[in-house]
Design a protein around this ligand. Structure first.
Ligand SMILES: Cc1cc2nc3c(=O)[nH]c(=O)nc-3n(C[C@H](O)[C@H](O)[C@H](O)COP(=O)(O)O)c2cc1C
Ligand code: SF4
Length: 494
């Protein structure tokens, strides 16, 4: 054995993440230093444990956050397999992410699955109870069945799979993390859903703010083509232009068609007439990435995870004022308190918990009294809240809820597509009225104006952008709208 070979044989295998957050915190430099020290470095996806990044693994031992290789002992976390923050998760979507080089892909399992009868796959999805992870939580199999059954209107028998990777919700990063860390999981989901529904073309609509995800996913498409996986089903990547409303599925389709991102009136739903008027299965990244896991364990076994009609695992993302921010893939049904306190470690500032906004900028603010509520679609709905894409933004007790209500209207004003009046004008008037509240004018008539606006927006907006803006407004101003549930927050003027 030559000296160089001997050195290489001794070299320890180091896993170093290659994803936006870890890279921003110095993962590239750490990788170079490990290489220079003779380690065999494998660039992997991230594990999603944001507070430990850059987190590296050397011969099965985890370290993080790593800044100085000479001080590794001070950030030793123990064996990766025993790390509670990972071992206690139930990773069905993210099972490979972090452990492997995403470009060392073995397609044999996928090829076997693509031999299955399409109807059989749809039956598994139905049995799993999978619901959309993009926000609305709509049962996936209904859309699959509709596209499967669809007879194309235009005579050209074309069906599409469209992946919604616009990920506009505040505090969310699950789509990015999987696309950067395990792009083949999404390719598997796309090919399997295409095979099951009879679509032979897939388009991924990715937000422009994710350049690394774009680079990695484009490389994965090339590799998939080289592996012969794209002969019957082709995949194209599109980059959005930074509009929140283009995450709504019909605006997204308009944008994909090269038009301005404006809402289409439904019906028809995209599964009947979507991209270029053809039947289109639109799904969030994580919904499609759940499909391989469902087929691996079986639809019934997947349905046994979680609670009630909230089946399987959810990729919860903890952000904001939180000690251990990151992504935790867990069965539905744990309480908000468990997620925020046990997994998240409470507020980063150490101040008492104040509020949490669940499900993105159109989601409800929930408070101490709500923390024992299980995280399921049904239980959240009882609070007038939703789970959305699984993002939770935590605030401590210094949160200014009037400012948050103001932000909700301002966000709607900024992101409104402008097609309907309640949203386009209501958001502006709402912002003005809350600004007046913020300046201390807590008058009954002002609150009435805000409540009137909320009612009009909720009832008459063309889409959920205007229709759901009242949710954060009302919940943030819960103390003022006693008729809407009273002072649940315990914050604000009594
Ligand atoms: C204003 C607005 C923004 C949305 N943004 C996103 C988004 O960024 N990503 C996403 O997957 N779904 C988003 N949605 C939900 C989509 O319209 C649609 O329900 C989803 O893509 C369907 O996929 P799913 O069944 O897998 O959830 C948004 C909806 C609205 C009303
Ligand atoms: S509610 Fe807002 S975003 Fe939706 S169609 Fe109307 S103006 Fe456009």
């Amino acid at each position: 054995m030559s000296r160089a070979e001997a050195k290489r044989a001794e070299a320890k295998r180091a896993l170093v993440p290659y994803e936006s957050l870890a890279n921003a915190l110095g993962a590239d430099r750490i990788a170079r230093e490990l290489q220079a020290a003779g380690h065999e470095v494998v660039r992997t996806g991230g594990f999603g444990l944001a507070w430990l990044e850059p987190m590296i693994v050397i011969d099965g031992e985890a370290f993080g956050p790593v800044q100085d290789l000479d001080a590794l002992d001070t950030v030793a976390l123990g064996p990766l397999d025993e790390l509670p923050a990972l071992a206690r998760q139930q990773r069905l979507v993210f099972d490979r992410c972090g452990h492997t080089d995403p470009f060392e892909y073995d397609p044999s399992w996928l090829l076997e699955q693509l031999e299955r009868e399409p109807r059989q796959i749809i039956e598994e999805i139905k049995a799993s109870g999978l619901r959309g992870r993009g926000g609305a939580g709509f049962p996936a199999h209904i859309k699959w069945q509709t596209v499967y059954d669809a007879v194309c209107k235009t005579g050209a028998p074309q069906k599409y799979i469209v992946v919604n990777a616009d990920e506009g919700d505040s505090g969310t990063f699950a789509d990015r993390l999987i696309m950067e860390g395990d792009p083949f999981r999404l390719i598997e989901g796309m090919l399997l859903s295409g095979h099951a529904t009879g679509a032979d073309k897939g388009l991924v609509y990715l937000r422009s703010e994710y350049p690394l995800a774009a680079e990695i996913f484009a490389r994965a498409i090339d590799l998939a083509r080289t592996l012969g996986l794209l002969e019957k089903f082709d995949i194209e990547l599109f980059i959005g232009a930074g509009a929140y409303i283009c995450g709504e599925e019909t605006s997204l389709l308009e944008s994909l068609e090269g038009k301005r991102g404006e809402i289409r009136v439904k019906p028809p739903v995209p599964a009947v007439a979507g991209l270029f008027g053809q039947p289109t299965l639109v799904h969030n990244v994580i919904t499609l990435c759940a499909v391989p896991g469902i087929l691996q364990i079986g639809g019934k076994a997947y349905a046994d995870i979680g609670v009630g009609a909230s089946t399987g695992s959810m990729t919860f993302q903890l952000a904001g004022n939180i000690k251990r921010g990151g992504l935790y893939e867990l069965p539905f049904g744990l309480s908000l308190r468990e997620l925020i306190e046990d997994w998240g470690g409470g507020t980063r500032t150490g101040n008492p918990f104040g509020a949490v906004q669940v499900g993105g900028p159109l989601g409800a603010y929930l408070f101490e009294n709500d923390l024992d509520t299980p995280l399921s679609y049904e239980e959240m709905a009882k609070l007038g809240a939703g789970i959305g894409h699984g993002g939770l933004v935590v605030f401590d007790d210094t949160v200014d809820l009037v400012q948050q209500a103001h932000f909700a209207f301002a966000f709607c004003e900024h992101e409104s597509c402008g097609k309907c009046t309640p949203c386009r004008i209501g958001s502006v008037r709402g912002k003005e009225a809350v600004a007046a509240l913020a300046s201390g004018e807590y008058t009954e008539s002002r609150l009435e104006v805000i409540e009137d606006l909320c009612e009009v927006m909720e009832q008459t907006s063309l889409c959920q952008m205007g229709g759901m803006t009242p949710i954060p407004v009302r919940s943030a101003l819960g103390w003022a709208f006693s008729a809407q549930g009273g002072n649940r927050s315990g914050i604000g003027p009594k």
